[in-house]
Write a protein that binds this ligand. Structure first.
Ligand SMILES: *[C@@H]1O[C@H](CO)[C@@H](O)[C@H](O)[C@H]1NC(C)=O
Ligand SMILES: *[C@@H]1O[C@H](CO)[C@@H](O)[C@H](O)[C@H]1NC(C)=O
Ligand SMILES: *[C@@H]1O[C@H](CO)[C@@H](O)[C@H](O)[C@H]1NC(C)=O
Ligand SMILES: *[C@@H]1O[C@H](CO)[C@@H](O)[C@H](O)[C@H]1NC(C)=O
Ligand SMILES: *[C@@H]1O[C@H](CO)[C@@H](O)[C@H](O)[C@H]1NC(C)=O
Ligand SMILES: *[C@@H]1O[C@H](CO)[C@@H](O)[C@H](O)[C@H]1NC(C)=O
Ligand SMILES: *[C@@H]1O[C@H](CO)[C@@H](O)[C@H](O)[C@H]1NC(C)=O
Ligand SMILES: *[C@@H]1O[C@H](CO)[C@@H](O)[C@H](O)[C@H]1NC(C)=O
Length: 814
């Protein structure tokens, strides 16, 4: 008899265990579970959501998606990290000690959830949660929304949704939705300050002194909830909401529809509110009709017209519709920054330098008008006048690059223009006037020269014919005798000349095209026995010399301390350098490789180095000149990094290596040489090259060197250009000013940048821009530094710059 309860107990225990196992398979994830790309994911019980690796443009990411015809990504872990390559052997593990860890192919680990959990679960709501021992939720993906909130999810005061870059790239993109502390829910473009001028939509729920949070209830209503008493303050719109705020384009109410058909409405419809790639916040419903079909439709949207989204088009371009598709077009006088990405904006296609403040401007510029155009008003002058006066006034004013004529007021302003769009609704006519640079007159004034008219002879009589024949005969005879004598004479002369030609072979056209091989003797003669030393660099001394009988001055560099390398490799290297041509790079004219001697012949730079100009000259170059030099240097780096056949890392950018030619154009020298001294640049190496003070921190860390090392050096050089002093200067009076980068950052934070230019008259905005670019470049973390293309665009003022963080960790404690 005693066995009976035991058996029952055992049976019930077995049942429990069995159900436990089943739960394991479905949504109860135990420590030690692991998933791989392209393999199993963790689904929710209903199977509608899953957590795991999903595919993006260029690799795998970890996130949660809603299963549909085209899976909808609703959450992504560490979305701004680079995606994992397709070939990756990455793993996602819920570790034994209860953490969620992503390990990439190199074995590097990235924490997704830094907690100590005892179980995890993918819920049917689309929330991935981690529980502690007492089944209390200690981490949930709902706490970290990316671009979407799902039914039952909140967006708390101070938190944001960021749109994705594109439909296939889920990194943070160009717009954000902010639940502000003042109770207002607002849409802004990225990289702007959160002011009303930048906002393009808001819920207009401010001024109540109450904090609200945004809540999407599971039956599809978007609500603002009073933080203090959890009451509903306002319903923005949604599935079953029919008021003025409800602007369903379909006039269709899935909620009520489903009420009639099926009681399990919440199970059959999934709602998500997403800040879409185009900057519009939309509420979608996904209706599961029981046979596996899903119908997705828009239930509510914040605004309808994409062109009303501020920043949908980049600077100097305007938004308009082409076949109902929003399109970005360049304003007159500008061209796309990037032909293939019209949303990146446009830049001016004529130079400012041509503008002189006089009537002659009419030759160089014209005004183009566009009707029904509006843009953000950042005008420096607003005056009532007629359209014609406005147009003339802008043409004659060098500061005026565009003007908006609206309601009899002429508003003149400089580029860049933001938030431009066509506006056909407004009753008030608004006309855009844009200054456009004409092509240089000499370019279109050249017309083909008509061929000269040949004289026409009319032969009149027989007599004349005989005379002409006689004359011709005697002429021919005479010529023959003359030519024979002349020929003999010339023969000797020609041989001589040919010899000379060989010598001068490279003078002229060939010089432009090929790299010349010199003998050591030639160069010794050219430099007068290496007499006049111009300077000493990290690679060896540089001597002044002349070639082609004194017709061309050159600089000859005698290389020392080279790594062992055969002549062939050296020649290959030289040819690679010889193929680089850019107006901001010092040209390599030729080289010599004899025995162990290695010499390089460069064009001569008459005005010395940037270091002399900045630190030693009696006259500081003025601000505009300095900006131009900075741009010259940045463009040269852009060419080296991105436009050469193979990307060249300079490794030693510093003012001593930036030379000034006779027109004061800055040119970078010594590029491509780093390779000769270090071997393969892409490898990790410990022997640091470069110059202290300009060297990126990663040189000391034994990590691979990338193009970002040059960006760091450029940042330091930029600061030196801005302030006209060395990065390290022990002669200053205050110790806090010794290291320039530290001091500039401090001044930047204190908003006292006037100190760094020592009271020089400088456009404040401009100075701040330059400093911000430099501070971004000198970030300790290479990934934070911008690429050189962005640097150029920021310097040119084409893109906005966000506030840089503190460049080094050691500084932030200050
Ligand atoms: C996705 O966008 C980010 C941010 O703009 C960018 O860094 C990344 O290269 C993009 N990925 C692809 C595959 O284009
Ligand atoms: C994880 O959390 C612990 C405790 O809060 C903290 O000490 C540790 O630095 C965190 N690790 C990471 C990588 O954030
Ligand atoms: C969503 O909000 C509406 C309106 O307040 C309410 O009638 C409905 O019951 C809510 N749904 C849920 C699931 O709470
Ligand atoms: C929010 O709730 C608090 C507490 O009930 C109340 O005093 C306040 O007026 C509410 N705010 C709004 C805007 O309704
Ligand atoms: C509604 O859902 C519950 C479980 O969530 C299920 O038991 C019930 O059968 C469903 N009803 C209908 C009409 O599908
Ligand atoms: C679900 O929708 C599909 C296509 O819209 C339709 O063919 C199918 O009959 C529907 N099933 C039910 C049960 O309504
Ligand atoms: C999806 O829903 C929309 C909106 O009611 C409807 O017009 C469309 O026919 C539906 N599509 C399918 C395939 O059921
Ligand atoms: C600039 O672009 C406009 C078209 O937007 C063109 O008409 C003009 O000729 C261009 N100017 C120059 C100097 O290329």
């Amino acid at each position: 008899m005693t066995s009976m309860p035991t058996v029952l107990l055992l049976l019930s225990f077995l049942c429990l265990a069995k159900s436990g196992v089943q739960e394991d398979q479905r949504s109860h994830i135990t420590p030690g579970s692991i998933i791989y790309p392209n393999a199993r994911a963790w689904p929710s019980p209903s199977g509608r959501f899953a957590f795991g690796f999903y595919e993006q443009d260029n690799g795998f990411r970890v996130g949660i998606w809603l299963l549909a015809k085209r899976n909808k990504i609703v959450w992504t872990a560490n979305r701004d990290d680079p995606a994992l390559p397709f070939t990756s052997k990455a793993t996602l593990k819920f570790t034994e000690d209860g953490k969620l860890v992503l390990t990439n192919e190199l074995g590097e680990m990235r924490l997704i959830a830094n907690v100590t959990a005892s179980s995890a679960s993918m819920l049917d709501s689309g929330n991935f949660v981690l529980y502690d021992k007492h089944k209390k939720i200690i981490w949930e993906s709902f706490q970290y929304p990316t671009d979407t909130i799902l039914g039952g999810q909140n967006l708390y005061p101070g938190s944001r949704l960021f749109s994705s870059v594109s439909e296939t790239n889920y990194s943070a993109g160009r717009f954000h939705l902010e639940m502000q502390e003042d109770g207002n829910l607002v849409l802004y473009p990225m990289y702007t300050d959160n002011t009303g001028a930048n906002a393009y939509w808001s819920s207009k729920t401010f001024g109540t002194n109450t904090k609200f949070h945004l809540y999407l209830n599971s039956t599809g209503l978007l609500q603002l909830i009073n933080e203090t008493d959890s009451s509903i303050y306002n319903t923005l719109g949604g599935a079953s909401y029919s008021s003025a705020a409800y602007r369903s384009p379909l006039g269709y109410h899935p909620y009520s529809y489903y009420n009639n058909q099926n009681k399990n409405t919440t199970d059959s419809i999934i709602y998500r509110a997403t800040l879409d790639v185009d900057g519009i916040f939309r509420l979608y419903s996904h209706i599961y009709n029981g046979s596996g079909e899903v119908n997705e439709s828009v239930v509510w949207y914040a605004l309808k017209d994409t062109c009303d989204v501020n920043g949908y088009c980049g600077f100097n371009s305007y938004c308009t519709y082409n076949d109902y598709q929003p399109t970005c077009l360049c304003l007159p006088g500008t061209d796309f920054v990037d032909q293939f990405h019209s949303i990146y904006g446009c830049k001016r296609n004529y130079t400012e330098a041509q503008c002189k403040s006089d009537k002659a401007n009419a030759h160089h510029f014209s005004i183009e008008t566009m009707e029904n155009m509006v843009w953000e008003d950042t005008s420096y002058s607003k005056e009532p006048m007629s359209v014609e006066e406005c147009s003339r006034s802008c043409l004659e004013d060098c500061n005026c690059e565009a003007a908006l004529f609206k309601g009899g007021i002429c508003m003149k302003q400089k580029l860049p223009l933001r938030y431009a769009k066509r506006d056909f609704q407004s009753e008030e006519e608004s006309r855009a006037l844009l200054k456009v640079g004409k092509r240089r007159p000499e370019e279109h004034d050249i017309r083909p020269i008509p061929p000269p008219k040949l004289p026409v002879y009319h032969i009149k009589s027989q007599k004349v014919v005989v005379e002409v024949l006689l004359l011709t005969f005697s002429l021919v005879t005479f010529s023959c005798v003359f030519l024979t004598i002349f020929g003999l004479f010339v023969y000797k002369f020609r041989v001589l000349r040919y010899k000379r030609l060989l010598e001068d072979r490279n003078w002229g056209l060939t010089k432009e095209l090929t790299l010349q091989l010199f003998s050591y003797d030639q160069l010794r003669k050219a430099t007068n026995g290496f007499k006049e030393e111009l300077g000493k660099g990290s690679f060896g001394a540089v001597y002044k010399g002349t070639l082609y009988k004194g017709r061309e001055t050159v600089a000859v560099k005698r290389l020392e301390k080279l790594i062992e390398e055969g002549e062939r490799e050296f020649q290959a290297e030289m040819r690679a350098i010889g193929r680089t041509h850019h107006r901001n790079l010092v040209r390599l004219l030729g080289y010599c490789a004899e025995d162990s001697k290695r010499l390089l012949v460069y064009e001569y730079m008459a005005n010395g180095s940037l270091a002399n100009l900045l630190f030693k000259a009696t006259r500081r170059p003025d601000w505009n000149e300095r900006i131009r030099i900075a741009l010259d240097v940045a463009r040269a780096i852009l060419y080296l990094h991105e436009e050469c056949e193979t990307s060249i890392i300079h490794c030693d950018i510093k003012p001593q290596n930036i030379l000034m030619d006779d027109t004061w154009t800055a040119k970078i020298s010594d590029f491509g040489l780093a390779k000769l001294l270090m071997g393969d640049q892409t490898r990790t190496f410990t022997g640091a090259r470069g110059t202290r003070g300009y060297m990126a921190p990663e040189w000391q860390k034994n990590t691979p060197i990338s193009v970002k090392a040059d960006i760091y050096s450029f940042g330091i050089v930029l600061l030196e250009i801005i302030c006209c002093r060395r990065n390290l200067d022990t002669t200053v009076s205050k110790t806090e000013e010794i290291i320039l980068s530290t001091w500039v950052y401090r001044c930047f934070v204190e908003k006292r940048l006037d100190k760094v230019v020592l009271g020089e008259e400088v456009d404040k905005k401009n100075l701040e821009r330059m400093v911000m670019v430099a501070l971004w470049c000198i970030q300790d973390e290479p990934a934070l530094r911008p690429c050189i293309k962005s640097v150029v665009m920021m310097l040119e003022g084409i893109t906005d710059i966000s506030i840089p963080p503190c460049p080094t960790a050691s500084l932030s404690s200050m």
